[in-house]
Design a protein around this ligand. Structure first.
Ligand SMILES: [Zn+2]
Ligand SMILES: [Zn+2]
Length: 214
C-alpha cells in the first residue's frame, strides 16, 4: 500500500521560491523542500498538517532556496540536508544575499547530504534523489513515488524554460545533459513542481521547451 501524500507548495521570498511541504499525514511525518524564506509562514503551514518535520531538503544552495532554513530548523529540529557539491554555496549564504542587495541569517551547518539514486523516507512515502548538476554543481531533483507521483525540480527545469547557468558554478552543457538524461527519461505524465512559477509535466516540456529543441 502506498500512502497518499499531502503536498503544500508555498511561494516564499522576493523571488517567490516554491517551498513544498510533503507529508504522510497518517504517519505524522513531513519534509520541507527548499525553505527559502518566510520561515514563520512555513512553520505554521507545517503545523496545519499536524505532522512533525523530519528533514529540510534542498534542491540546491542558492540563497532564495536556503534563506529560511536556519529559522525553520530552530523551530522544528528537522535535519538539514543538501547535496555536498553545493555546500560551498550553502555556506556562502550571506555573501550570495548581499550580492543581490539582501540580508540573510547566517546558515546552520547541514546535518547530512544525499547522493544520486538514494531514497529518502517520509513516513511511508519515498523520495528518490536525482542529482542533476548544471544550474549549480549540487542541483538535485526529488521524485516522490506514489499516487500520483511528483517531481520537485528546483531550478533545473521550469515550465518552458531552464535554470540560469551564469551564476556560481553553473554550466550550460551540464544542465542540458542532466535534463535530457535524468528528467526527460521519466514518464511523460509525471507532474513537475518547479523551483519558481507554475507546474508542468515531463511530456509537455519534452514537446514544448524551447531550450531543449534539437
Ligand atoms: Zn537557483
Ligand atoms: Zn531559485
Amino acid at each position: 500500500m502506498t500512502a497518499a501524500p499531502l503536498i503544500r507548495t508555498i511561494p516564499v521570498g522576493p523571488l517567490r521560491c516554491n517551498c513544498s511541504i510533503v507529508a504522510d499525514v497518517d504517519a505524522r511525518e513531513a519534509v520541507v523542500i527548499d525553505p527559502g524564506d518566510e520561515a514563520e509562514k512555513i512553520v505554521s503551514a507545517i503545523e496545519t498538517t499536524g505532522c512533525r518535520a523530519v528533514a529540510l531538503l534542498h534542491t540546491h544552495g542558492h540563497f532564495d532556496h536556503i534563506g529560511g532554513t536556519a529559522e525553520v530548523k530552530r523551530a522544528t529540529g528537522a535535519e538539514i540536508r543538501i547535496h555536498p557539491a553545493d555546500r560551498p554555496l550553502y555556506d556562502a549564504l550571506p555573501e550570495q544575499a548581499s550580492f543581490f542587495g539582501l540580508d540573510a541569517i547566517p546558515p546552520l551547518p547541514p546535518d547530512g547530504g544525499f547522493s544520486d539514486g538514494e531514497t529518502i523516507a517520509v513516513g511511508r512515502l519515498r523520495l528518490q534523489v536525482l542529482h542533476t548538476p548544471g544550474h549549480t554543481p549540487g542541483s538535485t531533483c526529488f521524485r516522490l513515488e506514489g499516487e500520483p507521483p511528483v517531481l520537485f525540480a528546483g531550478d533545473t527545469l521550469f515550465r518552458r524554460s531552464i535554470g540560469r547557468t551564469d551564476l556560481w558554478g553553473g554550466d550550460a552543457e551540464t544542465i542540458l545533459t542532466s535534463i535530457r538524461e535524468k528528467l526527460f527519461t521519466l514518464p511523460p505524465e509525471l507532474r513537475v513542481v518547479c523551483g519558481h512559477g507554475p507546474d508542468t509535466t515531463i511530456g509537455e516540456e519534452r514537446r514544448e521547451n524551447p531550450f531543449l529543441r534539437l
